[in-house]
Design a protein around this ligand. Structure first.
Ligand code: S3P
Length: 429
């Protein structure tokens, strides 16, 4: 448990965020099917990405170098049959993308995870992989543990019912080891890191509207600089926008438009954003400055969700401080993340005094409402713990947050930076 209190003063600070989680996972996982040394600079070193690191090592990849800044992985490009069950920990990205890799393994791959991961839906990858001819066994209802037997399998065409970058990526990876092309159409564009990275690594990838097609083939290892994680930066930007006199600047931030939906809504709520693009390769990146407190209530619809899926709960918090009724909908996917984030967000914010109503696919929030400190629980979900910590900065009195150690999943240094920002002391920002 950690005790948090309101921040009485404004600030104007630069905050460095760790390397992007999605890009780090992909660089690690794709190294397994690439020939040569994959050099990953500025990687996110956290529990989730370590799950991916363990997975590729179990598939025969050699860890050549590992430091706080850099990881080097060496592979022949051919996957080995692992000798034991692989634990994906809390990481949905590791497990779902691994099913796509397993499609190319001529042997048995068994995947499991922690108590949250074994409750997350896997049928969405099991069904299409089975259509390609991969054998997939699962626990009743389509849950992990999963047992896959791959090797040679066919290609195919898929239309996904939900926009999910994890499902899309699993199928594109399976396409690399198929006899023919695999193509995937999504209802709304989800993050496109897999398409971009596979192309740079030498795969034949074609993107036409919402349909992505990959041809079978081998990959070449590359050097990859990972820009900062927008999903991590969103916590500091929300912290700046939820109260007056707070300014935050995030350098070296990933600017990929399939990830920046949260910041666009922040602007709609009345906050001021300054984007300074610094480069385009391997992904667009630059410096973002957020100043000015949010004011207007918002309406958020389904089509906007994929570009900010992990950041949506922060909008609910911000809406508590805006004038009017905010309606956030089309976010039903949040119920099947590391926790049921619609329910847990409602629980945290309501306990702190917010006027928030839970809907099947989002919330209705009335504002502005002053928040007060309370005993809240992140329910083992890293993003819920960080949401509560940001809310506590504007809550009168004391907040007792349980489960704060879950930040190790995606942001191990979150509280170190939080305290340094609060106390005005310098950290390694
Ligand atoms: C991710 C995709 C998203 C996101 C997750 C990371 C990825 O999940 O919530 O944190 O790296 O592909 P879905 O694609 O299942 O929505």
């Amino acid at each position: 448990m950690v005790e948090l209190t309101a921040w009485q003063h404004g600030f104007n600070r630069q905050v460095r965020v760790p390397g992007d989680k999605s890009l780090t996972h992909r660089a690690i996982l794709f190294s397994a099917v690439a020939h040569g040394d994959m050099e990953i600079e500025g990687w996110l070193d956290a529990a989730d990405t370590r799950s991916s690191l363990g997975l590729v090592q179990a598939l025969g990849v050699q860890l050549v170098e590992s430091s706080a800044r850099r990881v080097v992985l060496r592979s022949s490009g051919l996957l080995e049959e692992p000798s034991a069950v692989i634990d994906c920990g809390n990481s949905g990205t590791t497990m779902r993308l691994a099913t796509g890799l397993a499609a190319g393994v001529a042997g048995l791959v068994v995947l499991t995870g922690d108590e949250s991961l074994v409750r997350r839906p896997m049928q969405r990858v099991i069904d299409p992989l089975a259509q390609l001819g991969v054998t997939v066994l699962s626990r009743g209802g389509g849950y992990a543990p999963l047992a896959l037997r791959g090797g040679r399998h066919r290609g195919g065409q898929f239309v996904l019912p939900v926009a999910s970058a994890q499902v899309k990526s699993a199928l594109l990876l399976a396409g690399l080891s198929a006899d023919e092309a695999v193509s995937v159409q999504e209802p709304t564009r989800s993050r496109d890191h897999t398409e971009r990275m596979l192309k740079v690594m030498g795969a034949s990838v074609n993107v036409a509207g919402l349909r992505t097609t990959v041809q079978p083939g081998r990959l070449n290892a590359i050097g990859f600089d990972v820009p900062g994680d927008p999903s991590a930066a969103a916590f500091w930007c929300a912290l700046a926008a939820v109260a007056p006199d707070r300014v935050v600047t995030v350098p070296n931030l990933l600017f990929n438009p399939t990830r920046t939906g949260f910041f666009r809504v922040l602007q709609r709520m009345g906050s001021r954003l300054k984007w300074e693009e610094a480069g385009q390769v391997p992904e667009p990146w630059g410096t973002l400055t957020v100043s000015g407190m949010v004011q207007q209530a918002i309406v958020v619809e389904a089509a906007e969700i994929p570009a900010m899926v992990d950041e949506v709960p922060l909008l609910a918090l911000l809406a508590t401080q805006c004038e009017g009724t905010s309606v956030i909908g089309g976010a039903g996917e949040l119920r099947v993340k590391e926790s049921d984030r619609i329910r847990v967000t409602t629980e945290i914010l309501r306990t702190m005094g917010a006027k928030i109503e839970e809907q099947p696919d989002g919330w209705v929030i009335e504002g502005p409402t002053p928040l007060h400190g309370a005993a809240v629980d992140g329910r083992g979900d890293h993003r819920m713990a960080m949401l509560a910590a940001v809310a506590a900065t504007v809550a009168r009195g004391h907040t007792q947050l349980t489960g704060e150690d879950s930040v190790r999943i995606s942001y191990p240094r979150f509280f170190e930076q939080y305290w340094a920002l609060k106390n005005g002391t310098s950290s390694r920002f």
